[in-house]
Design a protein around this ligand. Structure first.
Ligand code: GMT
Length: 375
């Protein structure tokens, strides 16, 4: 049994989901888990005696212009490391979690090993920022082990931050109990979707990087040839652009804006195809969620997406911005029920082999053991 601390951003986001699901599965495998976060992780919906939650409280002393989250986190980490005698502190998202963890390790008296998992924009956006770069590099170099969620992210980390250390690649996974195809046909009339209409879905946080307008442009071309509806799930800074684009293309009656939703697997269960046209994506967890629900994806050939989608088997890859090719792939696929069901099946199988939760959790466990045996 190991005592493992986990830090992540507790609100919506792939890195928070991975950290939380990992904690739950590590607890099931007999380990003691201590979440050290600024709020209750939103997927931490179970009560288990092996799971503890330590809230980082940030003091709003009037002298501070900005509340010192990173220092409050380091102080809480050090307190938990010493009191609970943690073996491992596993932080998700380098900035500032890796740096806070290194500081906590220095403050604490008990010896703990720091594992940092890189998720994406902590390297591809923040790592590019001249102010943050040396600090993120420091956090990565001082961690006992570093993992990245795709080979592409590991490569980018070495290039952008000029680090030479080993970075282990451990892919993302999903909770198999939540993501599987369910019979939700009854939802279609509720969303005004006819039985003979294909359903295309896009799920994201509607930030610029997701290129929502490319998703809508692709759909606009598809619906000229195939009877279809587009479900848009999520909310964010690009939502107004999405509304405007749909207006301009005059396809309001074909696009269903749902905002943020919890029942992602239910919505995927009535979907035929996922579109992810991002300009950057270290992994694209939503592709894996779709695969487990037997939904293939058309995604851009960027970042870690080609490691998740097997082109022509579990979906299709197109170059960034190529909405014409994306639409052509979609039209051919949606018109060919045999190919569509073959792809759906292959996507499902890939989610259960290459990205199966048991395999991935074992990889993390082996990593923890190797670092502890190096003591
Ligand atoms: O960096 C972000 O965009 C947020 C981050 C997150 O916390 O969800 O997303 C990144 O991590 C996910 C989980 O590993 C990946 O599935 C996403 O592809 C990645 N986002 C980007 O690289 C843009």
């Amino acid at each position: 049994m190991m005592k493992i601390g986990i830090t992540c951003y507790p609100s919506v986001g792939g890195s928070g989901i991975i950290a939380t699901e990992l904690g739950k599965l590590l607890a099931e495998a007999g380990n003691e888990i201590h979440f050290i976060t600024s709020g209750m992780p939103f997927r931490l919906d179970c009560i288990k005696p092996e799971i503890y939650y330590h809230e980082v409280e940030i003091s709003y002393y009037p002298v501070f212009k900005h509340p010192p989250y990173d220092l409050a986190l380091a102080a809480k980490m050090a307190e938990v490391i010493d009191r609970e005698k943690l073996d491992i502190l596993h932080v998700h998202y380098a900035m500032p979690h890796a740096i806070s963890a290194i500081l906590a390790k220095d403050i604490a008296k008990h010896d703990v090993k720091i594992i940092t998992t890189l998720h994406g924009t902590d390297i591809t956006v923040l790592g590019m920022d001249k102010t943050f770069k040396p600090m993120i590099k420091y956090g990565i170099e001082k961690s006992d082990k570093v993992t990245a969620v795709s080979h592409d992210l590991a490569k980018q980390t070495r290039e952008v931050l000029e680090v030479e250390r080993d970075i282990d690649v451990i892919y993302n996974f999903i909770n198999d109990e939540d993501y599987y195809k369910k019979d939700r046909e009854y939802l279609k009339p509720q969303y005004n979707i006819a039985n003979d209409e294909r359903v295309i879905i896009h799920i994201s946080n509607f930030r610029k990087v997701k290129r929502i307008q490319d998703v809508i442009q692709t759909f606009a071309k598809i619906q000229n040839k195939v009877k279809a509806k587009l479900i848009l799930v999520g909310d964010g800074p690009e939502s107004p652009t999405a509304f405007d684009t749909v207006d301009q293309l005059d396809i309001n009656d074909k696009v269903i804006f749902l905002g943020r939703q919890k029942n992602i697997s239910d919505l995927l269960s009535i979907s035929d195809l996922l579109l992810l046209m991002s300009e950057q994506e270290s992994f694209g967890l939503v592709i894996l969620e779709a695969m487990a629900n037997e939904v293939p994806t058309i995604g851009t050939n960027v970042g870690g997406i080609p490691e998740v989608i097997n082109h022509n088997e579990t979906g299709y890859l197109v170059e960034l911005g190529d909405t014409i090719k994306a639409a052509n792939y979609a039209i051919n696929l949606l018109n060919d029920s045999t190919k569509l069901s073959q792809m759906s099946q292959l996507a499902y199988e890939r989610s259960k082999t290459k990205f199966h939760s048991a395999t991935i959790v074992n990889q993390y466990l082996e990593l923890y053991k190797s670092v502890l045996n190096n003591k």
